[in-house]
Design a binder for this molecule. Structure first.
Ligand code: SF4
Length: 194
């Protein structure tokens, strides 16, 4: 029998699937060492997957956190084996978190699409805040209902609706609900984290 690896057995070796390789030495220790080295010097931060309300626990590995003049860099994200919800597992969305964090197409500043325009344009945070505040004030002033048709005091704003995304934290949603209720907004929905 030939001692040369076939393409199939060679791929198995690459995946660390064989205890004793056809190359004649044990690869298991080397594979385990390679896995260890990847996260050997990282800082582990426990967090929660932001994608859905299952709220699986994740461990985010960063490198460079403790060095001066170095920007910390996320190098690995994995399921938290100690988390009671997922016990280390992640679905495909959660498993892609690393690429979500480092995606160069991720939006980092506000954008606006003007009425009639066919494209989005970048605006500053300051401009976004003031434009949103102006629209909210104008809409609330125009649509606020103090009493319903039977004369009962309702103090509600029917012209604004608010929805939160699945990546919003409990704390964000708490503040959003407080802010919207203070305006009288009753069409309000979000996906609070557990
Ligand atoms: S890993 Fe999947 S199931 Fe778990 S919270 Fe994220 S999206 Fe939901």
């Amino acid at each position: 029998m030939s001692t040369h690896p076939t393409r199939r057995t060679f791929l198995k070796i690459g995946a660390g699937g064989m205890a004793v390789s056809v190359l004649g030495f044990d690869l298991q220790a080397a594979c385990a060492q390679a896995r260890t080295l990847k996260i050997a010097r990282t800082t582990e931060t426990r967090s929660t997957c932001p994608y859905c309300s299952v709220s699986c626990g994740v461990i985010i590995h960063t490198i460079g956190d403790k060095a001066k003049n170095v920007t910390p860099q996320v190098v690995h994200v994995e399921g938290d084996p100690d988390h009671p919800i997922n016990r280390g597992t992640l679905c495909p969305k959660g498993s892609s978190l690393y690429h979500d964090i480092l995606n160069d197409r991720r939006l980092l500043k506000p954008q606006v699409r003007r009425p009639g325009s066919d494209h989005w344009e970048d605006i500053s945070w300051e401009k976004a805040y003031s434009e949103i505040a102006r629209h909210v004030k104008k809409t609330r002033d125009e649509t606020f209902v103090e009493k319903d048709k039977d004369g009962r005091t309702v103090n509600r704003c029917e012209g604004i609706a608010f929805t939160g995304g699945c990546t919003d934290t409990n704390e964000f949603n708490y503040l959003a609900v407080k802010a919207m209720r203070s305006l009288g907004v009753c069409y309000l929905e979000n996906q609070a984290r557990l």
